[in-house]
Design a protein around this ligand. Structure first.
Ligand SMILES: Cc1ncc(COP(=O)(O)O)c(C=O)c1O
Length: 413
């Protein structure tokens, strides 16, 4: 391998190999050897469905309990550990903890940094709908002070942090669905000045565009359901962080039981192998879609960080280092409301009107009734989520086919 170690490999290479050798390193798969006793290592990590683990001696079981070894799958599972190792490697983190969904991961991260009655959390106003509701309704009702701030207004973030001394500042690298870009290094500085941990939902950006831990974030969260899995067949979440924060996360996970199953972890490991290829293609096609939509007579505003018209375009260039601007494009149908948007979406033949993102297929979503359905019309209006807004998660199909489909649906309006 050119004398290079895993840590020196590029992201592309790590994505293909990360988590592969987990069983090997732990000695599990080499132990028996083949029929002639020759040790071997499978190139694909095995799925370990076992809920519990037996040891030769009770002393060993006791030591496994003490050291966080495999004793019961809610406390740890070899297949899930392989996935955690892989995602940690991709995000340049020391450790990762997998959860049953992105929402469970966000909740787990907030609890792990100490969000309890009497503490405060400052969060971006622009968040995935369920994250907003988790903070606004659930944590607030449990006695946590929650303040939503405009993430692009650093002075406002600073003022809220100074006033509340929050345990966490929670932001999305690229927000859902308006695609605002967060200035992560500046936000890390503000958070740390006021004793807060910076929690970054990096779902939209993926580690291909940016690795927030290297920019000062304390925890990176993924809805792994999206780009990490990439195939629309697994619901999962991951939190990546420092070794020092692992115990707090594991305490939450072991107690709340929001664990990812081993079969799901294995599917994610399979998805990760092609993460970079998929996201490169999705970024290139999304830029083409955004550029095609912007001058279209039936289209109003187009939100895409790769367009010079995007308010944080320069920040996006700096933060993502020219690798791309993500696979999501949001736009408004000119003068349209729900009825016209539904007509447009019903006419799509290739792009699928479905609630998710980051899949290999192009998915089109209506934020007002889907990702931000649980918000009141007033809350949506305050965020700038209009009734004519459409969000496209660009897939890996040929971009000319995606454009042709959008074109015919727009032409029929
Ligand atoms: C940015 C973001 N974070 C978190 C989530 C929640 O993830 P999950 O659906 O895996 O719980 C989503 C879901 O769409 C999302 O878009």
């Amino acid at each position: 391998m050119n004398g290079k170690d895993f840590a020196d490999w590029s992201l592309e290479t790590r994505a293909v190999h990360a988590g592969r050798v987990e069983g090997d390193r732990k000695g599990g798969d080499r132990k028996g050897g083949d029929r002639k006793g020759r040790p071997y290592v499978p190139t694909v990590p095995p799925i370990h469905p076992s809920v519990t683990y037996a040891y030769e001696r009770m002393e060993d079981l006791d030591a496994a309990f003490a050291a966080g070894g495999y004793v019961y799958t809610r406390h740890g599972n070899p297949t899930v550990a392989a996935l955690e190792e892989a995602v940690a490697a991709l995000e340049d983190g020391e450790t990762a903890v997998a959860f049953a969904s992105g929402m469970a991961a966000i909740h787990g991260a907030l609890l792990a940094v100490g969000a309890r009655a009497g503490t405060a959390v400052v969060a971006a106003r622009d968040l995935y709908g369920a994250t907003y509701v988790l903070l606004d309704r659930f944590l607030r009702s449990q006695g946590v002070s929650v303040r939503f701030v405009e993430v692009t207004d650093l002075a406002a973030v600073e003022a809220a942090c100074a006033e509340l001394r929050p345990v966490a500042l929670l932001v999305e690298t690229v927000s859902n669905p308006l695609l605002k870009v967060a200035d992560l290094p500046a936000l890390a500085e503000v958070a740390h000045q006021h004793g807060a941990a910076l929690l970054v939902d990096n779902t939209f950006a993926t580690p291909y565009l940016v690795r927030p831990l290297a920019l000062g974030a304390d925890m990176v969260i993924h809805s792994a359901t999206k780009y990490l899995g990439g195939h629309g067949d697994v619901l999962a979440g991951v939190v990546v962080t420092s070794a020092a924060r692992r115990e707090a996360l594991m305490d939450v996970l072991k107690t709340t039981g929001a664990n990812l199953g081993p079969l799901e972890a294995w599917l994610l490991l399979r998805g990760l192998r092609t993460l970079v290829l998929r996201v490169q293609r999705q970024c290139a096609s999304a830029l083409a879609v955004a550029q095609w939509l912007e001058p279209h007579p039936r289209v109003g505003r187009v939100f895409y960080p790769g367009l010079p018209s995007h308010p944080q375009h320069e920040l996006a260039v700096r933060l993502f280092g020219g690798r791309g601007f993500g696979g999501i494009v949001t736009f408004e149908l000119k003068g349209a409301g729900r009825e016209e948007v539904f007509r447009f979406m019903d006419r799509l033949r290739l792009c699928i009107p479905a609630t998710s993102l980051g899949d290999v297929q192009t998915l089109v979503l209506y934020p007002a009734h889907s990702s931000h359905r649980s918000l009141s019309p007033e809350e949506r209006a305050a965020l700038g989520i209009t009734d004519g807004m459409v969000r496209i998660s660009v897939g890996i199909e040929a971009v000319e086919d995606i454009l042709a489909d959008l074109s015919q649906a727009l032409d029929q309006l």
